[in-house]
Design a binder for this molecule. Structure first.
Ligand code: LLP
Length: 445
């Protein structure tokens, strides 16, 4: 039995209704697909709030905790407003994410700006909007940020992003804490960075250290090791430089359950490991309890999201697979083609019907690798059936593209039988809205 919301495959309000259709947030999924069209991203507000509350409960015994949501998983104004309402701050990695949360009314002192190659314009925006912390990734950025802050008569509050050298068992592309990572200062470079901050960069104020070890993590021990390293380094720096540092940011990474085989730990399991490791490490290295920042993305938003597609053409390869094609695919969910990610799905207009065949769900984009689900057991299918793919809240819309010049889907928020559009479907005119034909070519058409 799952004991936190990230351990569910489906949104917590998902059920079969009296009409025999799938229902989420009190809304009939078949009706939603008729009203808003497909492909359609749907976010269940109750599930999103439930995960936020799990996190708050799990860490409630820790006085000095700063919970932030990693916006890269999904960044829209409406979802940001909900997450802010639950008391979370935000980790942002671009001007776009920063601007979105700002426009959603987020308190910018609760925002941390992170990234391995922030531009001058982005750093200026962060200083002007007054983001609470900038996590500085490298020597170039230290000097650049100091200059920009000096030019504006400001002192930037920073953390140093470090690479703790921890390998975790997740897809190679989403591991970030190992030694050869492109992110952060190597452990052997931290002292030089601190010396520069203390002796030369008078417009930077260092508060602590930041690391992130990877994503879709199922092991808990890696967090134990990460905290030990961060506390050890904090204690070492405090002693060596006679300074007081009191913040450690341990990043995000907790996994979610895409398929029955996935067994992610609960938020409570993770909190227990983090709290124990913190207690042990603080005792071992003899420092005061630092403020802990966590910045989960996927585990906050993923389970609340589903994507609806309409089934179209089908193809039975003689002695081969049976394909059913949907009206979306790799442009609205790049994860299967990028990371061989697996998903679970049901047919929303007959969720209770027994599976009678194994099929492959193919995307509509011009690439053979555009297969959304390689093998899935489903009932008899026909054109017009609505496929509901679960756990698509994270890294689907946020990684979406306009490949094949296809409009990005709309996103709808459901709650208490009400549905509201929170991202409009792109139109054909949206697609060409940034195109310009130079005057000298105009006679050619
Ligand atoms: N903090 C930092 C510094 C990060 O780099 C990330 C994710 C997070 C927090 C949030 O991690 P989460 O809790 O979501 O695992 N596109 C990939 C995931 C890339 C994650 C990158 N960094 C995917 O679709 O699986």
């Amino acid at each position: 039995m799952p004991n936190s919301t990230n351990q569910f495959i489906r949104p917590i309000t998902c059920k079969t209704n009296l009409q025999g259709n799938l229902e989420i947030g009190g809304c009939d999924i078949v009706e939603l697909s008729k009203k808003y069209g497909t492909p359609l991203y749907v976010i269940d507000e109750a599930t999103l709030r439930s995960v936020c509350r799990d996190y708050k409960k799990a860490f409630s015994s820790l006085k000095k905790i700063n919970m932030m949501y990693a916006s890269k998983a999904l960044c829209t104004m409406a979802t940001s407003a909900i997450i802010a309402d639950e008391g979370f701050g935000f980790d942002v990695v671009s001007a776009g994410e920063m601007y979105t949360v700002f426009k959603a009314g987020v308190d910018m002192s609760k925002v941390l700006f992170n990234g391995n190659n922030k531009s001058v314009d982005e750093l200026i925006l962060a200083l002007e909007l007054g983001v609470g912390r900038i996590s500085v990734d490298n020597f170039f950025e230290l000097s650049l940020l100091n200059e920009l802050a000096k030019g504006r008569g400001k002192v930037a509050d920073i953390l140093l992003r470090i690479t703790p050298g921890i390998e975790c068992h997740t897809h190679e592309y989403i591991q970030t804490g190992h030694l050869d990572s492109k992110f952060g200062f190597d452990l052997t470079q931290i002292d030089e960075a601190v010396e520069l901050i203390l002796n030369c960069y008078t417009n930077l104020k260092l508060h602590g250290l930041h690391a992130h070890i990877g994503s879709q993590i199922f092991e808990t021990k890696v967090y134990h090791d990460e905290i030990e390293i961060l506390v050890r380094e904090l204690a070492r720096l405090e002693k060596k430089f006679s300074i007081k540092l009191n913040e450690i940011n341990i990043g995000g990474g907790l996994g979610v359950k895409y398929t029955e085989e996935d067994m992610p730990p609960s938020t409570f399991d993770i909190a227990e490991i983090i709290l124990n490791s913190l207690r042990e490490s603080v005792d071992k290295y003899g420092i005061e309890n630092p403020t802990i920042f966590i910045e989960p993305g996927r585990s906050i938003i993923s389970t609340s999201g589903v994507t609806l597609y309409t089934l179209g053409s089908s193809k039975q390869v003689p002695k081969g697979k049976t394909y059913f094609a949907i009206d979306g695919g790799m442009a609205d969910n790049a994860r299967p083609s990028m990371y061989q990610a697996k998903y679970s799905a049901l047919i929303a207009n007959k969720p209770e019907k027994k599976a009678s065949q194994t099929v492959t769900i193919a995307g509509r984009f011009c690439e053979s690798g555009d297969i959304l689900i390689n093998k899935i057991n489903l009932p008899e299918l026909e054109e017009g059936d609505i496929l509901c793919v679960f756990n698509t809240g994270a890294y689907n819309y946020s990684m979406a593209s306009n490949y094949n010049r296809v409009e990005k889907p709309a996103m709808v928020l459901v709650n208490n039988s009400q549905s509201d559009i929170i991202v409009m479907r792109e139109s054909l005119d949206d697609l060409i809205s940034h195109d310009i034909i130079p005057d000298r070519l105009k006679n050619n058409v």
